[in-house]
Write a protein that binds this ligand. Structure first.
Ligand code: NDP
Length: 255
């Protein structure tokens, strides 16, 4: 067992361990974000579903309701075109509705092109940096006052293996994920002594989603793990009653 598997082997979340938590999930309409948003709701959280495609978010909202979990909230935001004012309004709306934020999962991202740096499109590079790096930065900045109002808050960024060491033809995606790891450790370090906000990142590893299928079109999807298999780790880092986990900050987790 690797250290993370050992950690999770002894973690058995209580049925309602997220009962008092308000958690925002970006890219909650599809893939990993959808599975984790539903899981947070099933553990009792009030989940704020953030994303750009209203139909997808509404479908997740309906699934949460049909499962008998707490009513979710939807905020539609396109991270490619959102202005600083849009983020400010989002944070204000969360403040007016919930008064605080206990969890923020930065999950939304774009894959971009799979091509060499020499051939990489400048506009796609900028698009990826906007969605994958600038959006998590601005959203975190605008939500910090709400996270400070929580008794114990958790911010999770989403990394990738290619963010830890770049690989040919992963272009802006790899560079954006490297930036995210650095943003995570910078923020964790700034907040460690001055707040009750933990900041970590998860590299989900190969997971059966549309993004994975786009990156590896020849792969048999059934040979890739499901988004649901990631639930224990994502809950672990949001669970305030988890005394072994709720002080961890500045760490990079590989699922
Ligand atoms: P998906 O492509 O399945 O889902 C990505 C989500 O991000 C979608 O809900 C999408 O919205 C949303 N999104 C994309 N662009 C924007 C935007 N401009 N504004 C708002 N929301 C946006 O990806 P995965 O679930 O596979 O990936 C989730 C995270 O995990 C990502 O950060 C990814 O980099 C990371 N990851 C995934 C791996 C894998 O194997 N799947 C491996 C390593 C890391 P919409 O549905 O409307 O398009």
């Amino acid at each position: 067992m690797n250290p993370m598997e050992e950690l999770l082997a002894s973690y058995h979340p209580e049925a309602n361990c997220l009962n008092d938590s308000v958690i925002a999930v970006t890219g909650a309409g599809d893939g990993i974000g959808k599975a984790i948003a539903k899981a947070y709701a099933s553990f009792g959280a009030t989940v704020i579903l953030l994303g750009r495609t209203v139909e997808k978010l509404e479908s997740v909202y309906d699934e949460i309701e049909a499962a008998g979990n707490k009513q979710a909230a939807i905020f539609v935001i396109d991270f490619e075109s959102a202005t600083e004012q849009d983020y400010q309004e989002l944070s204000q709306a969360i403040d007016e509705t919930f008064g605080r934020l206990d969890g923020l999962l930065h999950n939304a991202a774009l894959l971009g092109e799979r091509t060499s740096i020499a051939n990489y499109s400048c506009s796609i590079w900028q698009q990826l940096m906007t969605v994958n790096v600038n959006a998590p930065f601005i959203l975190t900045k605008k939500c910090l006052p709400l996270l400070q109002k929580s008794q114990q808050a958790s911010v999770i960024f989403t990394g990738s293996s290619v963010g830890l060491k770049g690989r040919a033809y992963w272009g802006a995606y790899a560079a954006s994920k490297a930036a995210i790891e650095n943003l995570m450790t910078t923020l964790a370090d700034e907040l460690a002594e001055t707040s009750k906000i933990c900041v970590n990142s998860i590299n989900p590893g190969g997971t059966r989603t549309q993004m994975r299928a786009n990156a590896f079109p020849a792969e048999d999807p059934l040979k890739v793990k499901s988004p649901e298999s990631l639930i224990p780790l994502y809950v672990y880092l949001m669970d305030k009653s988890n005394t072994s986990g709720n002080n961890i900050t500045g760490q990079q987790f590989n699922a």
